[in-house]
Ligand binder design. Structure first.
Ligand SMILES: C[C@H](N)C(=O)N[C@@H](Cc1c[nH]cn1)C(=O)O
Ligand SMILES: [Zn+2]
Ligand SMILES: [Zn+2]
Length: 474
């Protein structure tokens, strides 16, 4: 059993240093989906590279070229880092992302999203705290705590940190394919900390993610926004058309109404059905993380299946809609509806897109509108499932038991991390998801947070995993 106590003690002693590191990271609003924030995403990449260098790591900032469809913008660099170069040690590739989802105080945040704010329960609020700056910094914290504790770092750490994950991971697949036999050639296994526990008490190991096909429907007609009193009743209205289309995708119980989608889903076997009851999760956990009791399903098994192994379709928003307070009597001239489908085995990207496009065209034809409609594929990433009976998972389970004193749950994530599949296919190595944050962290939502406990014990976990995986892979 690895001798980890000096490392754990050092992590406890360095808490304030680690929180300050997270504070600095959260303060950089690295929102990858907003053009005007691109300099901040780049700044964040450089900040992260400097942190790795200050710990003695080597870093290359890889430029990924122009952003497709936004050619006036350069993609943010991918940070390729390395700590340790000992041929006698195993090499572990870790991935994370330094970009974040959009956030504005006016969305309903209780505090400024880019100022890490810690309350008396040890909850650290801030955009990116749990997704994914806290977990990325966990790897750096682990390096620092080893150095200060005088404990030999057990592996060579290869790092891949991208700045476009929340916006389709543009450019990353090509880089990984190019570097599979170069920068990543020594990697023995892959570990990613970028998802969440199912509840708040028990850690999990995650061996699958859903994919995400993201689409938009643009409806336009009038040459400009119009006065609804002057023109209402005389013109086809883009918003009216779009709402009809958006309303045709999914029913209030989450059933996808696009013909043929359900036929693509792998049938549930008895063997798989037996995996859900033992998972430590309750409807109360779900209601706590939802912030209310609006769950569709009545049992934990059904709820879990609909997160982990069935597809879902969500409506995200309408660009061009009048949404601010007040009562503006406008007919918007152009509106863009955005929606996505979380995909599962065996849904391939293109057949899903074909069904969605056919459905949109059929619904549009029913309207008989003189407006124009354009269907767009925004970005797509496929689902991934891994073999959890691999030493990579055995090592992580031992690390969880060591740090938290419990056996982890084995889960599949409802969210999407398309790079999991890319690493699996391009490197041919086992990929593990080892989350740090909990179900109540509100990733992508207002008041995103990471609990101090999850950050500090999570840093211990990442370091302990490196020791155990070094042993398991011998
Ligand atoms: C699970 C991970 N932390 C995450 O949030 N992934 C995003 C990826 C994505 C897909 N389209 C846009 N971003 C997610 O699941 O939404
Ligand atoms: Zn995210
Ligand atoms: Zn993430």
């Amino acid at each position: 059993m690895p001798h980890l106590d000096p490392y754990f003690k050092q992590v406890d002693g360095l808490q304030e240093t680690f929180i300050q590191r997270l504070r600095e990271a959260v303060a950089i609003p690295s929102i990858s989906s907003e053009d005007e924030r691109r300099p901040d995403v780049v700044k964040m990449g450089h900040w992260l590279a400097d942190q790795i260098k200050a710990l003695g790591g080597e870093v290359e900032l890889r430029e990924l070229g122009k952003q497709p469809g936004h050619e006036h913008l350069n993609l943010p660099p991918c940070i390729l880092g390395r700590y340790g170069n000992d041929p006698n040690k195993k090499s572990i590739l870790v991935y994370g992302h330094y970009d974040v989802q959009p956030a504005q105080k006016s969305d309903g945040w209780a505090t400024d999203p880019f100022t890490l704010t810690i309350d008396d329960k040890g909850r650290m609020f801030g955009r990116g705290s749990t997704d994914d700056k806290g977990p990325v910094l966990g790897w750096l914290n682990a390096i620092e705590a080893h150095q200060k504790a005088g404990v030999d770092f057990p592996v060579n750490l290869i790092m891949c940190f991208e700045g476009m994950e929340e916006n389709g991971s543009e450019g990353l697949d090509e880089l990984i394919a190019e570097e599979a036999k170069k920068f990543f050639k020594d990697a023995d296994v892959v570990c990613i900390s970028d998802n969440y526990w199912l509840g708040t008490e028990k850690p999990c190991l995650t061996y699958g993610v859903r994919g995400c096909n993201y689409y938009s429907v643009e409806v336009s007609g009038p040459g400009q926004d119009l006065h609804s009193g002057v023109y209402g009743g005389m013109t086809h209205e883009p918003m009216t058309d779009l709402i009809r289309i958006m309303n045709s995708f999914v029913d209030p119980d989450g059933k996808i109404l696009i013909k043929g989608i359900d036929d693509l889903v792998a049938p549930l076997t008895e063997q798989e059905a037996a995996l859900y009851p033992p998972i430590a999760f309750t409807m109360q956990d779900l209601h706590q993380s939802l912030g209310s009791e609006v769950s569709i399903h009545d049992t934990k098994e059904e709820a879990l299946k609909h997160k982990m192994r069935y597809p879902s379709l969500s409506l995200h928003g309408i660009e061009g809609a009048f949404y601010t307070p007040g009562a503006k009597t406008v007919i918007p001239a152009k509106v863009i509806g955005k929606f996505s489908i979380r995909t599962v085995p065996n849904m391939e990207i293109d057949p899903v897109t074909k069904l969605v496009e056919e459905h949109v065209n059929q619904e549009w034809a029913k309207l008989g509108s003189k407006n124009k409609m354009k269907f767009n594929v925004v970005h797509c990433g496929k689902w991934w499932v891994e073999d959890p009976n691999h030493p990579n998972y055995t090592a992580a389970a031992k690390a969880v038991e060591r740090v938290f004193g419990v056996k982890p749950d084995m889960t599949r994530e409802g969210g999407s991390i398309p790079v999991t599949l890319t690493f699996q296919e391009q490197l041919g190595k086992n990929v593990l998801l080892l989350p740090m944050g909990s179900s109540t962290d509100a990733a992508h939502s207002i008041n995103e947070k990471l609990d101090k406990m999850n950050y500090i014990e999570g840093t211990k976990l990442l370091g302990a995993y490196l020791h155990y995986v070094a042993g398991e892979l011998k």
